[in-house]
Design a binder for this molecule. Structure first.
Ligand SMILES: Cc1cc2nc3c(=O)[nH]c(=O)nc-3n(C[C@H](O)[C@H](O)[C@H](O)COP(=O)(O)OP(=O)(O)OC[C@H]3O[C@@H](n4cnc5c(N)ncnc54)[C@H](O)[C@@H]3O)c2cc1C
Length: 383
């Protein structure tokens, strides 16, 4: 695996051992079947019990059947899963950062006891419904609404692009109540609630991206997370998820390099391996340079998060940089592989397609640029 700056030595024994366990799971059980699922546009649900056995759920939570891992370990897990497939990584990230974390951070004791142990065991899957057809980069404008009734909440609205939506047992749906953003646990099967798979996607094909429609859904009083109020609560979840995307993109970049580099030594053109041509070497060097920079950035960010010192704009910088550079690396790898580069069996084209979605989800490059710009200047250029 690419490690040009000998970063392996910076990892603790525990970090290496968790990473190696996930790496083995990915290489032996996920990668062999992922191209077929990408082709058919299906999520490999059969891997969920094995994800549980690999301890991939409940990583931000202590207690309630969960064992908290450091952010550094979480980042390594996302890199390994992302090295295989972004849809797999997204499933794990959403369950951890966007469902279990908010239930633990903002839920009542009863809610934690009811949901977290089953989620840690992979028996229940969740999704995070924030984006709407007309409100993605600007979630504060959301139209979804909840109205307090005598003994329930009446929820209406539409959520779009929701990862895990159609396989989820429960959706965390953000909606405005009395002009304040709140979040509700909407259980699958609730009358008026519908989760439909979005079809004909050319990116994130293994991920069940869904449309959620809530029409006069009666949500029990016990299904509002009492501690989540306003955009600040939303953003605290997104910080973890954005870090997950940054790590996943780095995993994609590594996978693309690992597919291209051995090929350059095997493939002979004009009677020499293409690795012997300066133009090809330059591409390999650029790939390793950007992978190394992303590894250093991501590793340090994980350590800052572990010390509770990371600022959201720093997370933005990692997300923005890693996705952007991974896209360039995937394109170079695709080019090196020649025609083979478009085959799912060589994996690079899958990563390239998935990185297109990753450049949008969890905040576009423009949005992260504005976040960092505001941090540097003190002036918001969003509006
Ligand atoms: C595969 C996938 C999975 C997803 N999973 C989830 C999920 O699980 N839950 C969830 O809630 N959402 C999810 N999303 C939605 C994602 O978060 C949104 O797509 C994202 O926030 C961007 O919103 P949008 O698509 O509406 O784009 P828009 O907000 O409409 O942006 C369109 C363009 O305008 C630009 N733009 C916007 N504002 C500005 C500005 N102020 N200045 C300059 N340019 C600007 C953007 O950068 C972009 O280029 C997912 C999306 C995808 C593709």
């Amino acid at each position: 695996m690419v490690d040009y700056f000998q970063m392996e030595a910076l990892l603790t024994v525990e970090e290496r051992s968790f990473r190696d366990k996930v790496r083995k799971f990915v290489d032996e059980e996920c990668t062999p079947l992922i191209a077929t699922h990408f082709d058919s546009g299906t999520f490999p649900v059969e891997l969920i019990p094995r994800m549980t056995e690999t301890s991939l759920f409940g990583l931000h939570v202590d207690g309630y059947g969960c064992k908290k891992a450091s952010h550094t370990i979480y980042g390594l897990i996302c890199q390994e899963l992302g090295r295989c497939d972004s849809g797999l990584r997204a499933m794990v990230s959403v369950q951890n950062s966007l469902v279990m974390y908010p239930i633990h951070a903002f839920g009542s004791e009863e809610q934690k006891i009811r949901w977290l142990p089953k989620m840690a065991r992979g028996e229940l899957v969740g999704c995070f419904g924030l984006s709407e057809p007309d409100f993605g980069s600007n979630p504060s404008g959301m139209m979804s609404s909840a109205v307090k009734q005598k003994n329930h909440y009446l929820l209406n609205g539409t959520k779009m692009w929701i990862t895990n939506g159609s396989i989820a047992h429960v959706a965390l749906v953000w909606a405005k109540m009395d002009d304040e953003i709140r979040v509700f646990l909407v259980e699958a099967g609730t009358p008026g609630f519908q989760a439909t798979l979005i079809q004909r996607k050319f990116s994130y094909r293994t991920s069940p991206t869904s449309l959620l429609i809530m029409k006069d859904c009666a949500i029990p009083e016990g299904n509002i997370l009492p501690g989540a109020k306003g955009l600040k609560s939303v953003l605290s979840c997104l910080n973890y998820a954005r870090y997950g995307v940054a790590c996943s993109a780095l995993g994609s970049a590594v996978a693309c390099y690992e597919a291209a580099e051995p090929f350059t030594r095997k493939r002979e053109i004009f009677e020499k391996p293409i690795a012997s041509y300066q133009l090809v070497q330059e591409k390999l060097v650029r790939m390793v340079l950007e992978i190394t920079k992303a590894q250093l950035l991501t590793f340090h960010l994980g350590r800052l998060m572990d010390q509770d010192k990371a600022k959201p704009p720093e997370i933005s910088m990692a997300k923005m940089n890693n996705v952007r550079e991974a896209m360039k690396i995937a394109r170079m790898a695709r080019d090196i592989l020649g025609a083979r580069g478009i085959l799912a069996d060589h994996h690079v084209i899958r990563h390239l397609c998935d990185l297109e979605a990753m450049s949008t989800l969890e905040g576009t490059e423009s949005i992260h640029t504005l976040i960092i710009g505001q941090d540097l200047t003190g002036i918001s250029a969003f509006h």
